[in-house]
Every structure is written in structure tokens, then in C-alpha cells.
Design a protein around this ligand. Structure first.
Ligand code: ADP
Length: 315
């Protein structure tokens, strides 16, 4: 039985060493919110199935090879006639990254209900957790239907559903995002959002009332990420805030995805609320402390490294 099934678009990614308009060198890798979470989880020893589509091109091979190398199950990644999407990152000044997407009409955006249905049929037993994000439904009607189908199948099979709101304002209007994300959040067991994204997932005048709306609607855990200020988890009978771990931030992209991987890992391990929030804060800190969307994700053995004093050489 896979621990986690997730779905979405994985793109090839280019990280320019300088400004894109000036040319020069770039490093090639892969990126995508759900893939980042998938890798974060396999690094910690969990079994993850990824459902998606890539093009019949070398960038698609790069995506497959990278996920396979990181131990993510790729049997449910279909080859689509469209091209693999590309994302270009340019660190314009320290702490400020410009992101350019080339994903319109891409293979990943042609994810469909049948991809999801086939993936659920192919696995020997349902996953323990389905992880979805707000990026996938923003890619178009096909991916939105695929996400809804995944939620239906997961719930019917008794799997827990985790939604990371992950709002991408360049992919869809705020009105549509609010409508779809509110509906998906109401079906989820765990809702994770940045503090500024929570209004898209639940009605209410302030954070407390939005959290109450979600919990009253059947969500078991609401997790609010607060960047360098840490994160808070709310359940029906507990509210717990932990500060971020002190690290030198070199690249904040992917922090949220790494955080989600840590949180779900804690849940899969049966950790209590404070344990899973602490693991999420730790994996989030690893992501901001290193370069890349997922490259800095810790293995299980590395989780305790941040407890060591600054300047330690681990021999
Ligand atoms: P997102 O990447 O989705 O915007 P956040 O920026 O809130 O999410 O980051 C997710 C988590 O990563 C935070 O809750 C925190 O635990 C950790 N984190 C983010 N920024 C820092 C930082 N500068 N130092 C240490 N931890 C951080």
C-alpha cells in the first residue's frame, strides 16, 4: 500500500546563474509543488505514487529519471503528445526570485480523470493519504476534474485527504480559485495554507473564524504557515504554534512543499501534533537553508542535524 498518492504537473526547471535576458549558464532540474512533496517524503523513507503526464521529449525523460532516482513511484506518469512544461528561475537579487512559467498547453496540464482512475486501479491497495494542491485545479478543467476524482476515490477508499492551498494567482482568477479551493478544503481532512492564502479556503472575517469554519465543516487539522515566523496547527481541541528554526535563508522556494512533506511524514509515523509540526518546521528549514526546490530535503538520518550548533563539522 503506498503511503501517499499525489498528482500534478512536474516541469523541467532552469535555474539561471544570472539574469535570463543576459544569457549565460543555467542549471537544469525538475520542479512542481506535488513532486517536491513526493521527494520530501521518499527522502524520509515513505512510499509515494505520483500521477501525472510528461511529453515525449528529453525533458519528460529528465522528470521521470529524477523522480525514479529519488524513489518516487512513476508507473502512473503517462506520456502525452504535448510537450513537457518548463519553469525558469532567476534570482534577481538575494532573497528575490523571478519565476517564468512555460506551461500553457503542456503535457502536465492535460492530466485527466482517466489518469487518476487508472492509477487507483493499478495500486494494490489505496494510499493512506492523498495529497493535492491548489496548483493542479488551476491548470484547467481537465486537471480540476482529475483532482476532484482523486478526492472522491480516496475518500471512498478511506484515505485521508491533504490539501495545500498553494495559490498561484497567474494561473486563475481569485474568484474561481476561492470557489474551487473552498470546495476542496471542505472535503479535506488536513488543510495547509500560508496565512495570506487562508481566505481562499474558508469564509470568515479573520483567521480564527476561517479556521473555525474549516473545523466545523469536518476538517480535522488546519495548518497555517507563517514563513520565518513558523507555523500554527489548529484542531478541534488544540492550537499549537512553533517558531521557525533559525537557519540562514538562501532560497525560500520550496519551503512550503518541504514543510508539507515533514508534516505528512509525522502523520504517517503516528507522531503527536507537536511532533508532526516540529518535523514540518525542520524540513521547511532545510529547504530554505539550501538551494533548489527539493534538492535540500533531508533524509531521516539528517533530520536531527539542525539540533547541532552552528559551525559544527559532522565527521
Ligand atoms: P511557502 O513556501 O508555501 O510560502 P512559508 O514561506 O510559510 O511557505 O514556509 C513554510 C515553512 O518553512 C514555514 O512555516 C517555516 O517553518 C519554514 N520557513 C520559511 N522561511 C523560513 C526561514 N527564513 N527560516 C526558517 N524557516 C523558514
Amino acid at each position: 500500500m503506498p503511503d501517499v498518492l499525489t498528482l500534478g504537473e512536474v516541469m523541467a526547471c532552469l535555474r539561471a546563474d544570472g539574469q535570463v535576458r543576459l544569457g549565460g549558464t543555467a542549471r537544469m532540474s525538475v520542479a512542481g509543488a506535488e513532486a517536491n512533496v513526493a521527494i520530501g517524503l521518499t527522502r524520509l523513507g515513505h512510499d509515494v505514487v505520483f500521477v501525472g503526464a510528461v511529453g515525449p521529449d528529453q525533458l519528460g525523460e529528465l522528470v521521470r529519471r529524477t523522480l525514479r532516482a529519488e524513489g518516487v513511484g512513476i508507473d502512473a506518469i503517462r506520456t502525452d503528445p504535448a510537450q513537457t512544461g518548463i519553469v525558469v528561475f532567476e534570482q534577481r537579487v538575494a532573497g528575490l526570485t523571478r519565476v517564468d512559467y512555460h506551461r500553457h498547453g503542456s503535457a502536465g496540464a492535460r492530466l485527466s480523470v482517466s489518469d487518476v482512475a487508472e492509477a487507483f486501479e493499478a495500486i494494490p491497495a489505496p494510499p493512506r493519504i492523498l495529497h493535492i494542491t491548489g496548483v493542479t485545479p488551476a491548470l484547467g478543467e481537465g486537471p480540476e476534474r482529475a483532482v476532484r476524482a482523486a478526492v472522491r476515490l480516496a475518500r471512498a477508499a478511506g484515505a485521508r485527504v491533504c490539501l495545500d492551498v498553494n495559490h498561484r494567482n497567474r494561473l486563475w482568477s481569485e474568484t474561481l480559485a476561492r470557489q474551487v479551493l473552498t470546495e476542496l478544503a471542505a472535503e479535506a481532512d488536513i488543510v495547509i495554507a500560508s496565512d495570506d492564502e487562508l481566505p481562499l479556503a474558508a469564509a470568515g472575517d479573520d483567521e480564527a473564524s476561517r479556521v473555525r469554519t474549516l473545523l466545523a465543516g469536518g476538517v480535522a487539522e488546519v495548518v497555517v504557515k507563517r514563513g520565518p515566523a513558523g507555523a500554527t496547527v489548529f484542531t478541534a481541541d488544540q492550537t499549537l504554534t512553533l517558531p521557525a528554526r533559525p537557519v540562514t535563508a538562501v532560497d525560500v522556494i520550496g519551503a512550503g512543499d518541504a514543510f508539507v512533506a515533514g508534516y505528512l511524514s509525522g502523520l504517517l509515523d503516528g507522531l503527536p501534533l507537536d511532533g508532526r509540526l516540529a518535523r514540518a518546521i525542520t524540513t521547511g528549514a532545510f529547504a530554505v537553508g539550501g538551494h533548489g526546490d527539493w534538492e535540500g530535503a533531508p533524509t531521516r538520518a539528517e533530520l536531527s542535524m539542525l539540533d547541532l550548533p552552528d559551525g559544527t563539522a559532522v565527521r
